[in-house]
Write a protein that binds this ligand. Sequence first.
Ligand SMILES: Cc1cc2nc3c(=O)[nH]c(=O)nc-3n(C[C@H](O)[C@H](O)[C@H](O)COP(=O)(O)O)c2cc1C
Length: 331
Amino acid sequence: MSTSRETRALFESLVADATMAASSHNTQPWRFEISEERIRILPDFARRCSVVDPDDHHLYASLGCAAENMVVAAAAKGWEAAVEVRSSGNAHVVEVMLKPGTPVASPLADAIARRQCTRAAFEGRQVSADELALIQRAASGAGVSPILITERAKLESVADWVAQGNTAQLRDPRWREELISWIRFSEREARRSLDGLWSRTSGNPEMPRVLSRLLLPLVLTPRSQNRKDVPWITGSSGVLVFVSDVDDVAHWVEAGRCYERFALQATVLGIRNAFINPPVEVGALRSQFATWLGVGSKRPDLVVRFGYSPEMPRALRRPVGEVLATASRQE
Ligand SMILES: Cc1cc2nc3c(=O)[nH]c(=O)nc-3n(C[C@H](O)[C@H](O)[C@H](O)COP(=O)(O)O)c2cc1C
């Protein structure tokens, strides 16, 4: 059955909402297949980052972020959405099943276009107990729980874990090359690809790629990264660690959904956030970090700090036309 023109336009608007989600290195590792009653979110393995993300955990978490934006936007537009993760050959697909419902006014949906990862110093004033409860609830999902850290001594320990992770990653030439391949050093580069890490969004100066490549060895060092990250973490209002009960793709997708919902809720409250993932990205550190967190064999998926700051320039996205896949015949 073909989708009516009106429904198709609405589903395409949901795809646009989904593309506003966070994704690792802003790779936007997704393609969307629209059919009668569902939108399938397919992994785009051409955009995987095999060094920082060898098991595709972040890739699937990014699909979860996109799915959550879709669910939140669908409710506001009068569609009920249910998310399922299905295996399909060697991959997994996130299916968002949609049926008509009643539009629900949603501050979270209004926040989709305003959410961002804010790589900046935060003013670490306390978040009220009521607001902490709201962001913790938003960050919770099926088999995924947030661990909230606000005590200064524990934030110092998190900063130390991040510094260890930064040092391991920045000393790895393959990791550096992969990161650099996703950095967009100028507005021209960023607007040409509409993906990747535009230096302006991290508060870094713009310059031609050749010059940047010459300067990077001087600035992209464990010392300079840690000098920035450590005070940014200890000066934040808090840190959230998303932890999965089971280490599988369905939970990684769920962790992405939890992050995105948390970030939308935080945006509504005027609270900014930024990922500090090295302790969960460096395999050798992740299990030690889990022990420190007291979560045993559960997987710490994602780590974010939060607090208050002005917004930063926004990361760019590819348009809907570039991420739509042609629907395959459904079984
Ligand atoms: C699974 C995942 C992992 C990420 N890891 C990091 C990270 O370690 N450090 C960081 O600064 N940003 C990280 N990000 C944030 C992305 O770089 C960011 O979402 C992307 O650049 C788009 O920017 P925006 O979220 O502000 O729209 C991560 C995002 C996701 C979804």
